[in-house]
Design a protein around this ligand. Sequence first.
Ligand code: WTA
Length: 678
Amino acid sequence: MSDVHVKFDLASTSDDQVFLPPAPLLAGAHVSGLPSYQEIYSKSINDPDAFWRSVAAELHFERVSNKGLEYNFDMRKGDIFCRFMDGSTTNIAYNCLERNIQKGLGDKVAYLWEGNEPSDSYRVTYQELRDKVANFSAVLRAHGVKRGDVVALYLPMVIELAVAMLACARIGAMHSVVFAGFSAESLATRIVDANCKVLVTADGFFRGSKTINLKKIADKAVTLSSTDGVEVTSVILLEHLKRVTVPQGAVLPKKEPLTDKDFLYETEMQKHADKESPVEWMQAEDPLFLLYTSGSTGKPKGIQHTTAGYMVYAYMTMKCSFDAKPDDVYWCTADCGWITGHSYLLYGPLMNGLTGVWFEGVPLHPSPSRIWNIVDNYKVNKLYTSPTAVRALSALGDKWVKETSRSSLQLIGTVGEPINPAAWLWLHKVAGEKNCAIVDTYWQTETGGHMITPLPGATPTKPGSATFPFFGVNPVLLDAEGRQIEGPGEGNLCFDRAWPGMLRGVYGDKERFVKTYFAPFKGYYCTGDGARRDEDGYLWITGRVDDLMNVSGHLLSTAEIESALVAHANVAEAAVVAAPHDIKGSFPYAFVTLNVGEKLDAKLIGELKQLVRDKIGALAVPDVIQEAPGLPKTRSGKVTRRILRKIAEGCDTGLGDVTTLVDESIISELVNGRNRLG
Ligand code: WTA
């Protein structure tokens, strides 16, 4: 068994940009100093059961079995599976709330909520949150939700979203949170896939100065679902707009009429305020939630996480990667519509008994100082955000940062996409005033929690590297033939063994689960990312190696965008690739071949963009749509995206081998077409 990846010796590095953990974080950290990380890492690899069971012992289990981590990653040896502490029972919502209240944290602030407008704020304690959760779980039960059902949550970043997620977990129903920026069609697809009977949503919200009429979208999704054979029976509607400040220049959306499926959130809460709604003790391997993520074949995948493994992993990664301490004021800027919001805004911080900031707004509204003002107002000491936000903020100049204090900050984490060294160094020098640990965490919706990450009191960091694996995780780099690359080199990033927080399946599609993650390299979980290991054993994520693209930290499927484009009557074919973008990391660049006689004018471009917005959501709209007289294809009819990607990047030459193409002349036409776009 190799622990080669963590044998780094600071004295022997040839790298001149290595940053040591800041002294205040090193002292008293849960994992203090590199030798301590190396020692614990070795233990976690050599005896994973002992390691993870000792972590689990820090949480409440109603019943504890003698099982540890059981799994098979090799499809040649039988079914792919993973089980953790099978036969034990527990409840994650209980571990977030009741367990902390019993420890005396009832009056501690669980969340400081700050709205889209800085004037809107309130706080909620652990006890208040527990009471709301118990109350809402009674509402869900009254609407027929039972253990094992899936409830769709389509809400802005309000505390009621936390309440609804925890209420589902309390009664053993799976939540399926759908990001409120997704379209009606996207929401409907997710409702239908998991047969959701209950939808929790809101009338609307403001995002910066934009108004979002959420109910209108939700109503449309309910109608679309019904056409697709899934009848939502109850829509629980939160009236959010009446309690928030209308941003300057914005107007309240038109009030949508209530339908006979609508039940007002507040009324339902009052109606069921006194009902008993006990905690369900869940089997360790009972499903906890679904969260949809893009798939390379187009249709989103419902990633399924289970109770005990996800719980223990979210708890432990939160504790170590952010060195969670009782006095922390911790702020994760992610939306709960993404996995980061699940693991590191909701479950991780609550299980660790922290005070968190729950933010409804956007980083640049009403000014580019907003993030730092919030840090100062609440004395945030640990901040978790995205490279896209960092690049957007740094592009506006240092003035907005410099006029704030940020003296409370000790740690800044990032997630979602590779962080370029310039953005990393900006965080370190400008935002962090050289006092903060910069924690670049690599992981995925599927992994449940951090996989490769520095630990703030232990790991010397290099700008742009996610550094070393988390406890119990063994990353391997494989070449195209599946051979392990030992030592320095670059390859497909895979994991050779299970970890408690890993997904247990793709909802309703076992075959896709196996095919996506375990078929590419037999015996390994395949991430779909490339990575490089340097001379010191540091890991550097190089980006996706499949047909997914990462735009502002959000994974999008090229196939899904293409199928939206070809839904237009004038489009014969479409190919979408990722093109580099200074702030977003990359953006969707679309090539479309039109039917004979059609022309790509401004009107058609507008229609195509609208189509993508309607079918997926604003985040997937291509920034550039270029007309392509034809697409470069191999003799077997496969579109060569590698060449399209180069063209979108702006290359005229060095497009690689084009001799296998059916029609080479297409290339120069596409290059000329791109140059005409400017
Ligand atoms: C990318 C987000 C480089 C990667 C938690 C991965 C990263 C995908 C990093 C998962 C990082 C995430 N450095 N790339 N620190 N973190 N990624 O499922 O391509 O939304 O596969 O989960 O984001 O995105 P997802």
